[in-house]
Design a protein around this ligand. Structure first.
Ligand code: COA
Length: 327
């Protein structure tokens, strides 16, 4: 399975740390020094569906294929516009991808990687040939804007890739490249350290006052989880693929916090220059962060055929997922 196209979409409205400091008790100094985030895009007119469809359309154009050629659409999101229909179903309609089956995946910030691996399973077994994998979030609608310890960290946006079953063109080692190894994992027992409660039952047998719920996070516990789990997961996929860390051109990590990225680089003894960053201008966009970063890299011409890349997502669930791919 190869990634043959990328695309992304960000809301028009940019909100800087300085802007936030005018509406809450925070500062650019606090946010930048602890997280590396300088600004983020926040949706006004945009929705999870509109950004997903725009990112997906751009990925299709980048791949040079038509919507009718897509067999499968998977959208990773925790902030769909509707409970049903899923975001993926709406994207299918927007694109006119009439031959595609479509569904959403909820694995929070690991969602894009879980969706990519799910697409791989379908492609590898020959069930489908071409898939659109999207990560999209409108996180600003589930933030508690009176909780400065969480709302400053997140942003809105969408990223997408087109993947195609292939392998017909072998590389020097005699394999077709693409996805070389992956793993994913879950620790549900620690899930409540990063949570957003769903709607409570309002049926006539129970009396639950309607109280909207927002993201609630124990930042230090999530930090400890990330800096221990992510390097271990990456080391496992490197070993599974028989690749040395030195042979990896880029480590494309979920963009939560620059200090997490620096810590992972240190533990892998890898050059920090190999860890591209988009969190400075996007914040944490959960499932969308890896595909947005990948698209930025692709647009800048940073990715060449044969390059080996690690991608890794981690977050709510708790969940994590890593892969080694050959571009
Ligand atoms: N502006 C100014 N001060 C803030 C603030 C903000 N936006 N948010 C919190 N503070 C204050 C706190 O109230 C606290 O003040 P106190 O000491 O007077 O009580 C102080 O800053 C330190 O807060 P603390 O939560 O201990 O900060 P921290 O050093 O742990 O950093 C995070 C907080 C969230 C940046 C850090 O824990 C982190 O990055 N965790 C990982 C979160 C993450 O990446 N989640 C998503 C994973 S997918």
């Amino acid at each position: 399975m190869r990634i043959i196209g990328t695309g992304s979409s960000l809301p028009q409205q940019v909100v800087t740390n300085e802007d936030l400091s005018k509406i809450m008790d925070t500062s650019d100094e606090w946010i930048s020094s602890r997280t590396g985030i300088k600004e983020r895009h926040l949706a006004k007119e945009e929705t999870t569906v509109s950004m997903s469809a725009e990112a997906a359309g751009r990925a299709l154009r980048n791949a040079g294929i038509k919507a009718e050629d897509v067999d499968l659409i998977i959208v990773a999101t925790i902030t769909g516009d509707y409970i049903t229909p899923s975001t993926a179903c709406e994207v299918q309609a927007e694109l006119g991808a009439e031959h595609a089956a479509a569904f959403d995946i909820n694995a929070a910030c690991s969602g894009f990687m879980f969706a990519l691996h799910t697409a791989y399973a379908y492609l590898q077994t020959g069930i489908y040939k071409t898939a659109l994998v999207v990560g999209a979030e409108t996180l600003s609608k589930i933030m508690d804007w009176s909780d400065r310890s969480t709302c400053v960290l997140f942003g809105d946006g969408a990223g997408a890739v087109v993947v195609r079953a292939g392998g017909e063109e072998s590389n020097e080692e005699g394999n077709g490249g693409g996805l070389l190894a992956f793993e994913q994992g879950t620790d549900g027992s620690r899930g409540k350290v990063l949570a957003c409660e769903g709607r409570k039952n309002q049926n006539p047998l129970v009396q639950n006052p309607f109280v909207p719920s927002y993201v609630d996070m124990d930042g230090q516990e999530v930090y400890k989880f990330a800096v221990s789990t992510v390097p271990a997961s990456i080391l496992r996929v490197l070993e599974m693929s028989g690749t040395a860390a030195e042979d990896i051109k880029y480590f494309v990590l979920h963009q939560a916090n620059i200090r997490i990225i620096q810590s992972v680089a240190k533990r892998l003894k890898a050059d920090i220059e190999k860890f591209p960053v988009s969190l400075d201008h996007c914040g944490n966009v959960s499932a969308a962060s890896v595909p947005i970063l990948l698209d930025e890299m692709n647009q800048k011409g940073m990715l060449a055929r044969g390059d080996k890349i690690v991608m890794s997502g981690f977050g709510g669930g708790l969940t994590w997922a890593s892969a080694v791919i050959e571009w």
